[in-house]
Design a protein around this ligand. Structure first.
Ligand SMILES: NC(=O)C1=CN([C@@H]2O[C@H](COP(=O)(O)OP(=O)(O)OC[C@H]3O[C@@H](n4cnc5c(N)ncnc54)[C@H](O)[C@@H]3O)[C@@H](O)[C@H]2O)[C@@H](O)CC1
Ligand SMILES: [K+]
Length: 519
């Protein structure tokens, strides 16, 4: 799994690498510049065959230093290159200053105020090397005006961001300030060593275009690099589950694969739980039973075949049913009714079962007098943004405030705090789903870039996710891992099915996704 770094972690890694003597800042800057040129020529191979025109916008720090390297490398390929600097050369940090001077031997540097958008639109490549991981406040108005001009370019200029699109916060993927247009949208963003959190969180993916990662040789520094990471464990970008984790052994039987209990709502509201149950069964749970109130039994029975059914009308009955230890995971909340969920909540939590609390169970939890006191480490909360706000209003408010300084408060920060407070795993949904647990594990399951799954925004998709997590916990996966695998399968099923997807299709597409993992 790839790491998603914060600006502090990236700085620490670079400093550790330089302190080890393995590389110098100038080496890193040269590799960074070369990495951007390679990535741009890789993205648009037609640019490799002739010489074209580039405009390079350089800022006052090391991001600007990368810009001077890029200008030099393009010039050496025969390109016509114009360079604009925001700030004064005397104040450039040493490595950036060296590259400024190297560039000066090849061409001029104009002031940023002399730039007009028309100049940029008439070029083939525009390089945004204004600010990178050092951005700490909203970009100046003069830059925002250029950014607005570049948002909908008239010309054919391909827009490349060095490390990060200027204006985008590296840790949160939020635009610094209260002006949503104060950012340089790009067609290609080239990050160094690893993606940063901001490339996948918040508006990152929308603004970055495509992303590429350029190796600048930090991996070779190994342990030194790890030692530099004093800012806590890195967040991981979840990629795909290991085959051996999900496969079923040839000699097992259904009782080896757990028994999930999915609680349904009353008559007319049972569809959500049935979707969850179908997903739990498809993800390989040995047995799945729907716990249904008496008056909805006929409705549920008419709709199911492989799923089983048991009448559960009251919290006491639920407690009695759960005295059977073979029922080892619960899904509680989809279509359940908020008031009913409030009544059942104490019995659900007292059972200490591995439990997914979703939908109405989350609203009931937010309203309950005992708050998070009875949650335990085998619970998984799966809020969307509205439910997160109900459960953690102060964290949601902090996340909604316009970020005036960087690095800004992120969805990772909010989800980590929520997991600490709740004492259990929290999966905060979205295209940038964040999964955090009280032990510090945190990963992002991103449905962006090549994994975009816009058709997943459909009624009932959340119920399917809840069922997948419950099913995986019934199979014995710990909560954090169950949430990660479920979120990944959910997106893969949506991508595999494609346009026209409705929630019912998700469980039915799982076999194809699982086959793709060579199970
Ligand atoms: N440190 C290193 O060794 C390397 C750094 N690299 C590049 O260096 C970048 C980070 O460089 P820096 O730390 O110098 O930071 P930046 O170049 O991103 O920003 C420069 C400085 O501008 C100031 N600033 C921040 N926001 C501002 C605003 N809105 N208006 C005006 N000034 C503002 C800050 O003082 C900041 O340190 C990375 O993104 C990457 O592109 C790469 O060359 C790889 C090696
Ligand atoms: K940049």
């Amino acid at each position: 799994m790839a790491e998603l770094l914060t600006s502090a972690q990236m700085r620490a890694a670079e400093q550790a690498a330089m302190a080890s003597g393995a590389v110098t800042g100038l080496d890193l800057m040269e590799r960074a510049g070369q990495g951007v040129v390679n990535a741009a020529l890789g993205a648009w191979p037609e640019l490799a065959h002739s010489s074209y025109k580039a405009v390079v916008l350089c800022g006052p720090g090391n991001n600007g230093g990368d810009g001077f390297v890029i200008a030099r490398l393009l010039k050496q390929r025969g390109w016509d290159v114009e360079v604009f600097l925001y700030g004064t050369p005397e104040k450039l940090p040493p490595d950036a200053r060296t590259n400024y001077e190297r560039w000066q031997a090849l061409g001029d540097v104009a002031g940023f105020v002399d730039l007009c958008v028309g100049q940029i639109e008439s070029c083939d490549l525009v390089i945004d090397a204004l600010f990178g991981t050092g951005l700490t406040r909203p970009i100046p108005a003069v830059m925002a005006a250029v950014a607005q001009g570049l948002a909908h370019p008239n010309g054919a200029a391909r827009r490349v961001a060095v490390d990060l699109p200027t204006g985008l916060c590296s840790d949160s993927g939020r635009i610094l300030g209260d002006d949503p247009s104060a950012v340089f949208p790009s067609d290609l963003t080239v990050s160094f060593h690893s993606l940063k959190q901001g490339h996948v969180l918040g508006q990152g993916a929308e603004i970055c275009g495509q992303v590429a990662v350029a190796d600048i040789g930090l991996n070779a520094v190994g342990e030194t690099l790890r030692a530099g990471m004093q800012d806590g464990p890195a967040v991981t970008l979840y990629d795909e589950p290991h085959r051996s984790a999900l496969a079923k052994q040839g000699f097992g039987h259904k009782y080896n694969h757990g028994h999930a209990l999915i609680l349904t709502g009353p008559s007319g509201k049972t569809g959500a739980a049935r979707l969850a149950a179908r997903a739990a069964l498809r993800v390989g749970t040995g047995l799945v039973t729907l716990g249904t109130p008496h008056e909805a039994v006929t409705e549920v029975a008419a709709q199911i075949t492989a799923l089983m059914l048991i009448e559960i009308d009251t919290p006491d009955l639920l407690t009695r049913v759960l005295s059977d230890p073979r029922l080892n995971a619960l899904c509680f909340g989809p279509g359940f009714g908020v008031a009913r969920a409030g009544a059942f909540l104490p019995a659900v939590l007292a059972s200490r079962r591995a439990t997914v609390l979703d939908a109405d169970a989350l609203t009931a939890l937010a309203q309950s007098d005992s708050g998070f006191a009875n949650l335990h480490e085998n619970c998984v909360l799966t809020p969307h943004a509205g439910e997160f706000k109900r459960l953690f209003p102060d964290l949601a408010a902090r996340l909604a405030e316009p970020p005036l300084t960087g690095p800004a408060y992120s969805k990772v920060d909010a989800t980590r705090s929520a997991a600490q407070r709740a004492g259990c795993t929290v999966l905060f949904k979205g295209p940038d789903t964040v999964i955090a647990s009280p032990d510090g594990q945190c990963s992002v399951s991103a449905a962006v870039y090549e994994r975009a799954a816009p058709w997943l925004a459909t009624a009932g998709a959340g119920d399917v996710l809840a069922g997948l997590i419950a099913g995986l916990m019934a199979r014995g996966f710990p909560p954090h891992q169950a949430a990660e695998i479920a979120a990944w399968l959910h997106v893969e099923a949506a991508r595999s099915f494609g346009p026209g997807l409705i929630a019912e299709d998700l469980p039915e597409t799982l076999p194809k996704v699982l086959r793709g993992l060579s199970l």
